[in-house]
Ligand binder design. Structure first.
Ligand code: ADP
Ligand code: MG
Length: 398
C-alpha cells in the first residue's frame, strides 16, 4: 500500500527526520489560509498523488503570495496529474500540501528498499539528488552508494557515518545525517514498510539536513498490525477493480481476456491462467479467493468477476486441502442464485469432500458445466465461450 507525501513526512518526522513545516488543504481557499497560518514569504504547493515526477508535470509550484497559491491550486484541484509514473490515465488531485519553501544548497537521493538477493534492507544513496534513481543509475552510476543493514544489530552509527562520508558531506552535518538515516531505518522496520524514498534530501542554506519529498510503501500483509497506517489508504489513487477486491479480502489482478477465473491459491491461479492460454483462450483476471473459502467469499468473487463486462465465461477451479469442496460448491450455488451470471460457468473441484461437492452442484439444477481435470475445465471454458459466440442457445446459468 502506498501513502501520500504529507503522510510519509508526518510518519518520518516522528522518527526524528527533519521536514519543512507544512499543512494539508482540500480547496484553494483552504490552501491560502494554511499558508497564512504557516507564515513565511514563499511556499511550495504540492499536488498529493501516489506518484513521483510531479515537479516536471506541473504538480509542484513555488508561490510567493496567497493569490498565487490560490491560482496554483485552481489549476490542480479536480484535475488528473499525468507523470511518467502514473500511466496515461493520470491520478486525480483532491488534496494539496502547502509547505514553507526551503533554500536548497545541495540535493541528495536517499532510498531504503528490500534487497531480495541479500535478504536485507538496502540503503541506496547518491549525491545526485533531484533526478529519479533510474536516471541517476543510467547517467551517474558511480555516484550511487549502496549499503545493506545487518538485521540482528540494525543500522549502526558507524555505518550511517560511512554513508555520510561517501556522499561527501561536511563533518558538521554528519550527526544530522546519521539521525536521518537511523530514523528512516527505524520507520522502515517498525512500520513494516517495503520502501522509503527521500528524493531530494537537501542540505539547506542554513546547514540543516531536511527531507523535501518522501515516499513510503507498506507490506499489505502486515497492515493488520498497524491500524493507524491502514487508515491512511486513499482509494481515489488506486485501480477501482483492485481496490474493490482488496476491500473484500480477495487478491485480484484485472487482465485483458474474457475468461473469468475463480481459484484458490496463487500458484493454482497462475496454473489455471496458463492452462486457459494453452487451450486457446485468454484469462480475464487473476483471482485468488484464499484458503477458507466460505460460500459468502465465493459469492463475492463471482460479483467481482461479473463486474468486468469483458467476461464471457467463468471458470471455477478449486483444489481443496484446507478448503472443502462441499463448501465451495455451496458457495457457487448460492452465488449463482444471488448474482446475475448470464455466461457459461465451468466448475472443476478436486480434493477434500469432492464427492459431496459434486452432488451439491448436480442437485442444484443449475446449468453448471462440470469438469474433472484442469485441462478439461479450460477446454470446456474456451469451448463454451466459442460456442456462445455462434449460438445464443448455449447452456446459461442465471
Ligand atoms: P516529485 O519528486 O514528485 O517531482 P518533489 O517533492 O521531489 O516532487 O518536488 C520536486 C522539486 O521541487 C524538488 O526536487 C525540489 O527541488 C523542489 N521542492 C520541493 N519541495 C520544496 C520545498 N519545500 N522548498 C523548496 N523546494 C522544494
Ligand atoms: Mg521527489
Amino acid at each position: 500500500m502506498d501513502i501520500h507525501e504529507y503522510q510519509a513526512k508526518e510518519l518520518l518526522s516522528n522518527f526524528g527526520v527533519n521536514v519543512p513545516p507544512g499543512a494539508l488543504a482540500y480547496s484553494p481557499e483552504q490552501a491560502a489560509y494554511r499558508a497564512r497560518e504557516l507564515g513565511g514569504e514563499k511556499w511550495i504547493v504540492k499536488a498529493q498523488v501516489h506518484a513521483g515526477g510531479r515537479g516536471k508535470a506541473g504538480g509542484v509550484k513555488l508561490c510567493d503570495s496567497e493569490t498565487e497559491i490560490q491560482e496554483a491550486c485552481e489549476e490542480m484541484f479536480g484535475r488528473k496529474l499525468v507523470t511518467h509514473q502514473t500511466g496515461p490515465e493520470g491520478k486525480g488531485i483532491y488534496r494539496v500540501y502547502v509547505e514553507g519553501a526551503v533554500q536548497i544548497d545541495r540535493e541528495i537521493y536517499l532510498g531504503f528498499v528490500l534487497d531480495r538477493s541479500s535478504q536485507r534492507i538496502m540503503i541506496v544513496a547518491s549525491s545526485e539528488g533531484g533526478m529519479e534513481i533510474e536516471e541517476i543509475s543510467a547517467e551517474r552510476p558511480e555516484s550511487i552508494v549502496r549499503s545493506t543493514v545487518e538485521p540482528a544489530v540494525g543500522l549502526q552509527e558507524f555505518q550511517a557515518r560511512e554513508i555520510a562520508f561517501a556522499l561527501g558531506l561536511e563533518s558538521a552535518l554528519t550527526q544530522q545525517m546519521v539521525r536521518t538515516l537511523q530514523g528512516c531505518y527505524r520507520a522502515f522496520t517498525e512500520l513494516d514498510a517495503t520502501m522509503v524514498e527521500i528524493n531530494p534530501l537537501v542540505i539547506t542554506g542554513d546547514r540543516r539536513v531536511v527531507a523535501l519529498d518522501a515516499k513510503m510503501s507498506f507490506d499489505d500483509n502486515a497492515l493488520f498490525r498497524h491500524s493507524a497506517i491502514a487508515e491512511l489508504r486513499d482509494k481515489s489513487q488506486e485501480d477501482p477493480r483492485e481496490a474493490r477486491a482488496a476491500d473484500r479480502g480477495l487478491s485480484y489482478v484485472g487482465l485483458e481476456g474474457n475468461i473469468g477465473c475463480i481459484v484458490n491459491g496463487a500458484g493454482l491461479a497462475m496454473a489455471t491462467m496458463d492452462t486457459i492460454k494453452l487451450a486457446g483462450g485468454e484469462p480475464a483476471n487473476f483471482l485468488d479467493i484464499g484458503g477458507g473459502a466460505t460460500p459468502e467469499r465465493v459469492a463475492k468473487a463471482f460479483r467481482l468477476v461479473m463486474s468486468d463486462s469483458n467476461v464471457q465465461a467463468v471458470l471455477v477451479n478449486i483444489f481443496a486441502g484446507i478448503n472443502r469442496c462441499d463448501w465451495v460448491a455451496e458457495g457457487v450455488v448460492q452465488a449463482l442464485k444471488e448474482v446475475q451470471v448470464d455466461v457459461p460457468v465451468i466448475v472443476r473441484l478436486a480434493g477434500t469432500n469432492v464427492e459431496e461437492g459434486q452432488k451439491i452442484l448436480a442437485k442444484s439444477g443449475l446449468p453448471i458445466i462440470r469438469a474433472t481435470t484442469l485441462m478439461e475445465a479450460a477446454e470446456r471454458a474456451v469451448g463454451a465461450w466459442q460456442n456462445d459466440q455462434t449460438q445464443a442457445t448455449t447452456v446459461r446459468a442465471v
